[in-house]
Write a protein of this length. Sequence first.
Length: 160
Amino acid sequence: MALMKHRGLFELLEKEGRGLLESNFQGLEAARVSSRLAIESMLEELAPNLWEDQLDRLVDFGHIISPQLEMNVLPALLHGEAVNIDMAFMVYVSHERGFLSEEDKCRIIECMRSLDLPVWHSHCSLDLVQKSLRERIQHSAGLQRMPLPIALGQGGVCRV
């Protein structure tokens, strides 16, 4: 949610993320604040759409290619790692489409790396991406609904 909805949360993770990892999210004010902001921003997105009537969902960010990637490489990647690889890929897509600045793209990828999150996997092939996109269309009422970051803490859903 930091990338798609809450710039302050992103900046907190960017600044305090290493310390949060080293402390196992224990005993630091940043742990309490980051957890609260993440939960609140997720609930703001999910609560009004419990029945998923609205298919343009920011919470789907990270879930375009990750399901296929995760299934192809089990148990090599944890779910969150596959989601992060998907998010990193979509950061590049957003930049290439002209939605995300070079500076923001670099900050996001650097933040991911600083948190020891993978940003690529060798199984993330063109074939896998194409298959994932086709499957996404089947589950999105015939449209490719692609949540993309457009600035730090701001996202949108690109319909293709």
